[in-house]
Design a protein around this ligand. Structure first.
Ligand code: MLT
Length: 395
């Protein structure tokens, strides 16, 4: 008889973001007259920029003519898009070649798929609170996961110590959910740890576009030694509003080798087997992001989201609630008032003022008593939510 992957039984019944959607939908169906202010799941609310829309339209028309029609795309991405992304890295003084860039259907997909590069017997380190996919995908492979808690005492940015024994290390900076971001000096400590111990860092850079402070790196490869110990995973979801359009990219340096195996070659081989690539139309749209015009236009939405973050941060200052993030990040991580747990605070906000956020517990046990707000919502809704929070929390 077939044996299913029994590790599914180790997962929580529902993925965090689905639980949030479900609870919100349940509330809405029993209160159809109430407007809900959604600042929970980090889904963007602004449309794609003009340069992308034009490129998408042109690409659709291409598919209608014998002359311009495209069938299969190269599985690792169109050469011109890979080149455009490698050139984007020059902004951070990072030199990445086009064949170190792999176009994907999004960071979420590659964060899971890239685990196929590693043996199941490796140990994974997840710095918590963390994006829940890191834990779930490793549970499903039966891999040992160790959790490194972070907290207010280290600004939610823990550092490595030689007691930690891990082969695969997830680092998300600017962090989802806390918004905290490693500066170069701190990130270098993780790079040195990984190189010393033969570990590999999976660096989730999905929020790099929100960075303002010059001492915070946009890419782990701003630390040159990271080329021998890191894979960077990035996405246009938040950068260019592609949550519903879907496109991301992963950088696997050629210098990254373990036990004589080159991870770049392995990943190229993995892509040959596992995918027929991303659609021609989407890759054309994505290429437009990396043009001069596109890079200017995407900033318009980023400014809107940053202003949303400022509105929320002002509210928490007024209320006198401890928070971090919001500055180099679209997420604000706060302490629930009056010692409430995150799920208790979630219900309280939904029932009293119809504002939705995400309980810190959803991102790991050490998130208990904290709460995450996203700045990706509609600006008017964000202002109204901030007013409601100030009134409710009455300070
Ligand atoms: C979030 O709310 O954390 C985001 O939606 C994560 C994601 O991009 O999948």
């Amino acid at each position: 008889m077939l044996t299913p992957n029994m590790h599914y039984s180790e997962l929580k019944d529902s993925y965090l973001f689905n639980t949030i959607y479900r609870k919100t939908a349940e509330y809405q169906s029993s209160h159809p007259d109430k407007k809900i202010y959604r600042m929970g799941v980090g889904d963007v609310s602004r449309p794609l920029c003009d340069a992308v829309i034009k490129a998408l339209h042109t690409a659709v028309d291409d598919q209608a003519t014998m002359e311009h029609f495209h069938g299969y795309m190269p599985e690792s991405g169109a050469p011109e898009l890979r080149k455009a992304i490698s050139e984007y890295y020059r902004r951070f003084s990072v030199s990445v070649s086009a064949d170190e860039v792999f176009v994907s259907s999004g960071a979420c997909d590659d964060l899971g798929d890239v685990l196929e590069l590693f043996d199941k017997d490796n140990t994974v380190l997840v710095i918590e609170p963390a994006y829940p996919e890191y834990v779930d995908t490793n549970i499903l492979c039966g891999r040992k996961v160790i959790h490194l808690d972070s907290g207010e005492e280290n600004g939610f940015l823990p550092l490595p110590s030689e007691e930690i024994q891990a082969d695969i290390i997830y680092i998300c900076s600017p962090n989802n959910p806390t918004g905290a971001a490693y500066d170069r000096e701190k990130l270098r400590k993780w790079v040195d740890y990984a190189n010393r111990n033969g570990a590999v860092i999976l660096y989730d850079a999905a929020y790099e576009i929100f960075i303002e402070d010059p001492d915070i790196p946009h890419s782990i490869f701003e630390i040159p030694e990271a080329k021998t110990c890191a894979i960077e995973i990035c996405s246009l979801s938040k950068t260019a509003g592609f949550t519903g359009t879907r496109l991301g990219y992963t950088v696997v340096p050629k210098a990254l080798e373990r036990m004589g195996m080159k991870l770049n070659t392995m990943w190229a081989r993995n892509r040959e087997t596992r995918t027929n690539g991303i659609s021609y139309i989407l890759q054309k749209g994505a290429s437009a992001v990396f043009t001069k015009e596109g890079l200017e236009q995407i900033q318009k939405n980023i400014r809107v989201y940053k202003e949303n973050a400022r509105v929320l941060m002002d509210a928490f200052e007024r209320i006198g609630i401890w928070y971090c993030g919001g500055r180099n990040s679209p997420y604000i991580w706060l302490k629930c008032p009056d010692g409430m747990g995150g799920w208790e605070f979630f219900d309280y906000l939904l029932n009293e003022i119809q504002v939705v956020g995400i309980p810190g517990e959803g991102f790991g046990a050490c998130g208990k008593g904290y709460f995450r707000f996203s700045a990706f919502g509609d600006p008017d809704d964000t202002k109204e939510a901030a007013n409601r929070l100030c009134k409710l929390l009455g300070r």
